[in-house]
Design a binder for this molecule. Structure first.
Ligand code: H2B
Length: 102
């Protein structure tokens, strides 16, 4: 089956991470993580709402948790069992969704 988004190799992942300095590669190299910290719970939840709309548009969804003003995000492509451009596209969009608020 032709896959639109192919699993990225180590070099491609390293290259994409250069543009996303606040994201880290998870141990094992199959996911990226970022912690977003906002002024308060309302800002954190507003960010999650904006991100949820982007995730639906991309049909690509974060693994995340929220405690008070902190949102921990993990991105991976389950169908590829690793990282694809979808993860980096969603990471960029989440950075934009948080810009000026985190
Ligand atoms: C059917 C639907 O397109 C798939 O389940 C999508 C939905 N969102 C997804 N999100 C993520 N992060 N990985 C996936 O493989 C994935 N698959």
């Amino acid at each position: 089956m032709l896959m639109k988004y192919e699993k990225l190799d180590e070099a491609a992942i390293a290259q994409r991470l250069l543009a996303l300095p606040q994201w880290s590669l998870a141990p094992g190299g199959k996911a990226i993580n970022r912690r977003f910290i906002f002024a308060d719970f309302a800002e954190a939840f507003a960010f999650m709402t904006r991100s949820a709309l982007v995730a639906e548009r991309l049909d690509h969804h974060p693994e995340w948790s929220n405690v008070y003003r902190c949102v921990d995000v993990t991105l991976t492509t389950h169908s590829a069992e690793g990282l694809t451009d979808l993860d980096f596209n969603l990471a960029s969009a989440m950075d934009r969704a948080a810009a000026g608020r985190d």
